[in-house]
Design a protein around this ligand. Sequence first.
Ligand SMILES: [Zn+2]
Length: 198
Amino acid sequence: MGDFYERIVDVEVTGEEAGALAERMVAWMVTEGLITREVSSDGVYSLTVDEGYVPGPNWARAVADPSDPTWLPGPVAVIVGRDYHVGGQGADDAEYAVCPRCETKTVIINYPEEFEADEEVWKPFKDGIAAWKETGQGRAPCSTCGAAVSVTEWRWESGFAVGALAFDFWGWPPLSVSFCTEFSHQLGHRTVEHMGKF
Ligand SMILES: [Zn+2]
């Protein structure tokens, strides 16, 4: 099956609230039978944690197509703490960011001519993210309208997210749209989903 994951990032929760919310979400998933309290490090390669919760008897309820009886998903890792998350196997930097005030797209990696970030364009974003990781506050200015926008409000390309709480579903079949909607509802926050490989 390979070492791949589907990730759901809460992009609104604060670093201070993330731990308690993570615990509430684990309790909800255990109640629903999606995971158990048993933990395993089997096939878990998450950012800052190396173990996750073993799937429960009802795990198939979360996926779009549970018809393959031989598919056994891996653990669900819960990552608490302000960080940035990158999907796929590509660059560690965001391809672009869209300003929530003026809707202007700032291109950071100019595909297909370039495969790496324009350092000059990326630096204010990178610095803003570093400040946010450190203190919970971090901004990057929009070069078009001049607004100093929080790194949590910039709208990033779909494979990039900043947030204080993430869930990595290791080796699960694609999660269903209705499950992702319910998950976001349970969190009470906007989420970003992406997939990637270790
Ligand atoms: Zn702007």
